[in-house]
Each structure stands twice: as C-alpha cells, then as structure tokens.
Write a protein that binds this ligand. Structure first.
Ligand code: 13P
Length: 249
C-alpha cells in the first residue's frame, strides 16, 4: 500500500509570528488521518515549527537545500544543517526553483544524491508548462525531468523518493488539472517507472498532485487511483482549508 501524503508548501510566506499562529490553528484541527501530513515553512521558521510539532502527526519539511555538504556557498543551507534541527524530508525541483533560480535537471540530480546520501526523504517536483501541454509535449517533458534527475538511482533509493506532479500552468492560477488529466499523467509516470524499475517499485512510489488543490476539488482529485495525495500551496496557508484537504481522503 502506497503512502498517502498531503504536504503544505508555504513558499516565501509567514514570518515567525504567523508561523506560530498557523501551527496553533493546525494543531487544534488535527484528526487521525489516513494521510501523512507535512508542512514546509521557510528556513528561518523550520526549527520553531519542528519544536512546536514535535509530538504531533505533522512532519516539518524543508523547501530546498544545497547539493554540497558544506562550504563557501553564501546564503545556502545544507542537508546536515537541516538534519541537525530534526528535518528528515526536503522538497526538491519545485517549478519556482527551476524558473526563478535556474535549477536544472543536472543540478537536481546532485541535490537528490546529497539528500539520499544523508538519509533524507525527497519530495521531487516536476511538471510541464502550458506551452508544452498545448503542443502535446507534456508527457515527453515530464518523462525527461524525471529520468534526467532520478533514473541514475538504484531501485532501493525509491523507498525515500516521493514524486510530485505539478503542472506549472496550474500553480497559483486557480486553474487545476482536471482529475482525469492528473490521473493520466500519474499513470504515465508510473508506467515510466515500471519500464525502468519494474512493477513492484513503481507501485510503491507515492505520486502527489500539486496545482490549485482546494477543499472543493481535493476529494475528486484524490479519488483517482494513481493520485496518492497533494502538494498544496495557497490553501496550505489557511488551517481550515489545509485540514479540509487532508480530510478529503
Ligand atoms: P498552489 O496550490 O498555490 O497552486 O501551489 C501549488 C504548489 O506549488 C505547491 O508546491
């Protein structure tokens, strides 16, 4: 049985006071859930969030990290730094990192290697742009992103990889992929995994959908057989909405 996961990516939102109050609101609403819950606050608030959620069912994860173990990389954060405050999971390859910070498949492969070497779990994001979908290249683009950054790994590594399909045109736009579009792409990704690693590995990898998931569309998206949860942006900034999405399972 694959893990079901709902992760809130807070992006560059919430200062310390807002982080504290959102966590307080989340804690009031936590119910036992089928789905694993995660939140990804900004680096400056990770330690506080980790402490505040230590005894809870919500895991605190990072939004990014550097590929080097340490060194002269001003402004960057290493796997070891994250682990030293209790963080076990990192989001890598978000489309905003690719678009605004020029992260390439090659760089992401290095980051993935570093995270796995440090025994961290990776939520690896990928997804096509609108032009790719319009020109019917969406499957090829996604296949490239996944194979270039991950297919050098051995099958065992996939125990610590969660995939997150986030079509760029659906992020923060209010336009969601239809449940069928999400299912088709997730099934395609799984098929791609089968061709390289076999059915057993492919069946064990959780594939999350991200892009304008809201309380009113989560249930239909999550009901699709190859959709194992969601990576939530805007709606994760509101405790009630986030928990409604978690409870959509
Ligand atoms: P939205 O839910 O705001 O569209 O963001 C999705 C996302 O980028 C999560 O990583």
């Amino acid at each position: 049985m694959r893990k079901q996961i709902v992760a809130g990516n807070w992006k560059m939102n919430n200062d310390l006071a807002m982080t504290e109050s959102l966590i307080t609101e989340l804690k009031k609403r936590i119910k036992t859930s089928e789905a694993e819950m995660m939140i990804a606050p900004a680096f400056t608030n990770l330690w506080h969030a980790f402490e505040a959620l230590r005894q809870s069912d919500i895991e605190v994860v990072a939004q990014n990290m550097h590929f080097a173990e340490s060194g002269a990389y001003t402004g960057e954060v290493s796997a070891d730094m994250l682990k030293s405050i209790g963080i076990q999971t990192v989001i890598l390859g978000h489309s905003e990192r690719r678009a605004y910070f020029h992260e390439t498949d090659e760089l992401l492969a290095k980051k993935v290697n570093t995270a796995l070497k440090n025994k961290m779990r990776v939520i690896f994001c990928f997804g096509e742009e609108l032009a790719d979908r319009k020109s019917n290249n969406h499957e090829a683009v996604v296949k490239n992103q996944v194979t270039n950054a991950l297919f050098h790994l051995d099958a065992d590594a996939f125990k610590n990889i969660v995939l997150a399909y986030e079509p760029v045109w659906a992020i923060g736009t209010g336009e969601t992929a239809s449940p069928e579009q999400a299912q088709d792409m997730h099934a395609f990704i799984r098929k791609t995994l089968v061709s390289k690693y076999g059915q057993q590995v492919a069946n064990s990898v959780s594939i999350l959908y991200g892009g304008s998931v809201k309380p009113n569309n989560a249930q239909e998206i999550f009901s699709k057989p190859d959709v194992d949860g969601g990576l939530i942006g805007g709606a994760a900034l509101n405790a009630e909405d986030f928990m409604a999405i978690v409870n959509a399972f």
